[in-house]
Design a protein around this ligand. Structure first.
Ligand code: DP6
Length: 323
């Protein structure tokens, strides 16, 4: 049996950074994101009689660390299906993998959908989102897609820690201009960065305490299509997340010189009347959000030849392509 699913990456406007239960990958607080239609992962899962799982990523056999992370995830699906079948997984990103563009979000979302179907496990969207969360917290938000809210949940088993759609992709036509400031993988992955922050940052609890208000204001801003309010919330959330990482011991600094330069350019452009704000994940890239008619002006902010730009708009949820 062969099953193919696609999912879009997503960018958080209210960040997830910290876990209340690392084993079940339960977030310490909620988050809010927009799925990006231009950044897509397509994943095919085939059950095999081999004695081990195979993962092929963008045409090449994945390294052992990536394969075992994916195998451990498929184990969850095998347990639900009471099956020992191994799988051959082929996955493709139409954007640079692990360049800090949240390929784990779209990757585990597409895999959660394709693998459950391949094993004949029937789950509703909330349960698939909760399952995707086990692979990567941000992946839970790529199941509903669009403007999505991740619920931190309260249950110990994590069954209420899934993401739901706040508004569909057609609700608000913002664009995300991804400014790729460095090539290659990030130095410290998000899981390690957030675990280290949790363990050692003097500011971690202040960060977690600040999220519920940001989440409420972010939800309101999205529902009201209030760009100014979303600007305030999104920049505040990103900067506080990075402040908590900077205050770890030793401090985690994801930015490079171009990151800082682009933050200033975005803020200068805003002062001159261009509606634009930035957010930054666990890497050096700057993601600038703006209305569609401001895209050209925002792309011009990254006029440096060393900065690649990817422009994307709202995308929908994870979809089954064939089975
Ligand atoms: C900075 O979802 O990659 O992008 O759950 O450990 O796999 P794990 O972490 P991951 O972390 C995402 C962190 C972030 C912010 C966000 O997407 O909310």
């Amino acid at each position: 049996m062969m099953t193919t699913a696609t999912a879009h990456s997503n960018i958080a406007l209210v960040k997830y950074w910290g876990k209340r239960d690392p084993a079940l990958n339960l977030p310490a607080a909620g988050s809010l994101s927009l799925a990006l239609g231009g950044l897509t992962t397509t994943t095919t899962v085939r059950r095999t009689t081999d004695d081990r799982d195979l993962l092929v990523l963008d045409g090449s056999r994945a390294d052992p660390a990536a394969t075992s992370r994916v195998s451990a995830f498929v184990d969850l699906v095998r347990a639900m299906a009471s099956s020992d079948d191994r799988v051959a997984i082929e996955t493709r990103n139409d954007f640079p993998t692990a360049a800090g563009l949240a390929s784990s979000a779209s990757g585990f979302a597409a895999l959660a959908l394709a693998a459950t179907r391949a094993f004949g496990v029937q789950l509703d969207d909330d349960a698939i989102s909760a399952l995707a969360r086990r692979g990567s917290g941000s992946a839970a938000r790529s199941i509903p897609g669009g403007w999505a809210v991740m619920n931190a949940g309260q249950r110990d088993d994590g069954a209420d820690a899934f993401a739901t759609e706040l508004a569909g992709p057609d609700h608000w036509d913002l664009r995300c201009v991804v400014m790729v400031t460095a090539a290659g993988e990030k130095r410290i992955g998000s899981t390690d960065g957030m675990n280290h922050t949790m363990r050692t940052s003097a500011f971690y609890s202040a960060w977690v305490d600040s999220v519920p208000l940001d989440l409420e204001e972010g939800r309101r801003a999205v529902l009201d299509r209030d760009f100014e309010r979303l600007t305030t919330v999104a920049e505040r959330s990103a900067l506080r997340m990075h402040a908590s990482a900077l205050a770890a011991d030793p401090g985690v600094l994801y930015w490079n010189g171009s990151t800082v330069e682009l933050i200033h350019r975005v803020r200068d452009a805003r002062r001159s009347g261009t509606p634009v704000f930035f957010t930054i994940d666990a890497g050096p890239h700057v993601k600038a959000f703006c209305p569609a008619d401001a895209v050209d002006a925002v792309v011009d902010l990254a006029d440096d030849s060393s900065v690649d730009v990817i422009v994307s708009g709202p995308g929908g949820g994870a979809t089954l392509v064939s089975e």
